[in-house]
Design a protein around this ligand. Structure first.
Ligand SMILES: C[S@@+](CC[C@H](N)C(=O)[O-])C[C@H]1O[C@@H](n2cnc3c(N)ncnc32)[C@H](O)[C@@H]1O
Length: 241
């Protein structure tokens, strides 16, 4: 049986337009400088990290969707920006100590089992050099549960969602009404609280964990829409900053 994320992003994921503000937030909280190597995983069409490439950062993007990787390559090439892109699964990330920062941006975490999600974070932590930062973004669970939208329809897209308290996952059915009929997809995303994220980050060996509430700079709280967690891979003894 195919897993939901193998088809979902090809079928119903809607890419958003201007993403410069998100990139600027990442630049700030990850303390990025020109020349820094970044891992954007999963990168989608790299519409966020292209803004960082314009500021001189060296982007490596990974995504399992070949069409998104092709788009990312095309966009970078059209602007003469260096960038390396690879079609790969997040669960197979295999870099060691190479990047200044690694980020899993915009609701791209929690797709797998709990153990696999923890392993993805460990792989991201391993990918950065000592002193490097790792960032994960999710919707804020409390905010989401409080304003839960069970059903919505926007144009051709109809979404039904439920919260599974047992699995702590947001489970949705997406139906796209088209001229040739209805295409149906499902998604199932494990949503972590800040406290759970702190445990996951600690288990991945990350320290100095910060939690932000939105890329507009809002602190995290009951009413902030996002849970954005940043941690640092500690420097070993004798390593210089
Ligand atoms: C919500 S999108 C976000 C993409 C990007 N971070 C952004 O902000 O535009 C999630 C991405 O995860 C990718 N994806 C889903 N499952 C994956 C997997 N198992 N391994 C790698 N990428 C995956 C999808 O192809 C999609 O591009």
């Amino acid at each position: 049986v195919a897993e939901w994320f193998e088809t979902f992003f090809d079928e119903v994921w809607i890419r958003r337009a201007d993403r410069a503000a998100e990139a600027e937030f990442l630049r700030r909280v990850l303390h990025l400088r020109a020349g820094d190597r970044l891992l954007d995983a999963p990168c989608g069409d790299a519409a966020v990290s292209i803004h960082l490439a314009r500021r001189g950062m060296l982007v490596t993007g990974v995504d399992r969707l070949a069409s998104a990787i092709a788009q990312a390559r095309g966009a970078f090439a059209a602007q003469g920006l260096p960038g390396e892109f690879e079609v790969a699964d997040l669960r197979a990330l295999d870099f060691t100590g190479y990047f200044a920062a690694a980020f899993n941006w915009y609701g791209s975490f929690g797709y797998f089992s709990d153990d696999e999600n923890a392993d993805v974070l460990r792989r991201m932590a391993r990918a950065v050099r000592p002193g490097g930062r790792v960032l994960v973004d999710q919707p804020n669970r409390e905010w989401m549960l409080r304003g839960w939208i069970r059903h919505s329809r926007k144009g051709d897209l109809e979404i039904d969602s439920r919260w599974s308290p047992r699995e702590q996952r947001a489970v949705s059915r997406w139906r796209l009404h088209g001229p040739t009929g209805v295409r149906e997809c499902r998604s199932s995303i494990r949503i972590y609280t800040p406290a759970q994220f702190r445990s996951l980050f600690a288990a991945a060996g990350l320290v100095d964990v910060e939690v932000h509430g939105h890329w507009d700079g809002r602190p995290h709280g009951r009413r902030s829409p996002r849970t954005i967690v940043v941690g640092t891979r500690p420097r070993g003894r004798g390593e210089t900053p």
